[in-house]
Write a protein that binds this ligand. Structure first.
Ligand code: CP
Length: 320
């Protein structure tokens, strides 16, 4: 993507687009998490429709597959009273060669208030935001290996519901860090919220440049990385973003980097287990751990709806 830039804040310092958590002030992250909890209460856990976004139109533009993010943005917008269009890329004129920006400008001409964008190329949501012809907001639903800001927020919200004091927490993020937009957004959220220690663990082939994560300790040995941690966030192997044979075999990967019940016993006794999904059972996480009492995986999914309600409300409610 071009090096276009878009300002995330408007002239009043309000959030204009949600492109990344990098650089977002702690107070703004906390306000979004508080708003998610408020909307959870107001909507009685999502069972009572609200009308905060009545008359608004949200377009989901997903150029990559998604279950959790797309469905939860759809539900979030609908539960706030907005109209939602799930733009179907496969049956759209993009397959006839229409450019990304021509598609966006065409949709803007019909009027919409927000684009929720997922794309395999890093920088696409920012590129769209920088080239809009309307006052629409852009929400990044995951771009390449760069950012997945609502995942970072929902992971922070999930942890906050279990842990009062982040300054005592040691968190390990394990797996394919190099290709992971979730790891990047989680680090931005957790560091902003004052987590004491963030460990990143990956095989050397899937490790990031240390200079990209100056606030983290990098490990290649999972048994070392998981020792005494309070939270283990497991990541999927992003095969769609890696060169063939970047890892030896899934069985060997699980042996060295998979979270088994035996390995989890090396962590703190009440260590929480998280995973953004989709999970690959027996590759990065054992089934009995994914489904076990320490797992927060489905809580993360549930919290995703409230975080997306909060971000849509923040960007669209009370705006002309
Ligand atoms: N965690 C996440 O982004 O999942 P989906 O790809 O299903 O949206």
């Amino acid at each position: 993507m071009d090096n276009a830039s878009a300002t995330p804040f408007d002239a009043n310092g309000r959030l204009r687009h949600l492109l990344t958590l990098e650089g977002l002030p702690r107070a703004m992250i906390v306000a979004l998490l508080d708003r998610a909890d408020d909307l959870r209460a107001q909507s009685r856990g999502g069972t009572r429709p609200l009308d905060l976004l009545r008359g608004r139109t949200v377009i989901n533009l997903f150029f990559e597959p998604s279950t959790r993010t797309r469905t939860s943005f759809d539900l979030a917008a609908q539960r706030l009273g907005a109209q939602v269009i799930n733009f179907d890329i496969a049956s759209s004129s993009t397959v006839k060669g229409e450019t990304l920006l021509d598609t966006v400008h065409t949709l803007e001409a019909m009027h919409c208030d927000a684009f929720v964008v997922r794309h395999k190329e890093s920088g696409t949501p920012e590129f769209i935001a920088a080239n809009l012809r309307s006052n629409a907001a852009v929400l990044n639903a995951g771009d390449g290996n760069r950012a997945h800001p609502t995942q970072g927020l929902l992971d922070a919200l999930t942890l906050r519901r279990h842990v009062a004091d982040f300054s005592r927490l040691c968190v390990a993020i394990c797996g394919d860090i190099r290709h992971s937009r979730v790891a990047r957004s989680d680090v931005h959220a957790l560091a902003a919220l004052g987590v004491r220690e963030i460990r990143l663990c990956a095989p050397p082939e899937l490790a990031p440049q240390a200079s990209e994560f100056p606030q983290c300790r990098i490990f290649h040995d999972f048994d070392e990385a998981i020792a005494d941690v309070d939270v283990a966030i497991m990541l999927r192997l992003q095969k769609e973003r890696m060169q063939a044979a970047a890892i030896p075999s899934e069985a060997e990967y699980f042996q060295r980097y998979g979270l088994s019940a035996q390995r989890l016993r090396r962590a703190a006794p009440d260590c929480r287990v998280m995973h953004p999904g989709p999970i690959n059972r027996g590759v990065e996480i054992a089934s009995d751990v994914a489904d076990g009492p320490q797992s927060l995986i489905l809580e993360q999914v549930a919290n995703g709806v409230f975080v997306r309600m909060a971000t849509l409300a923040e960007l669209l409610a009370d705006k002309a």
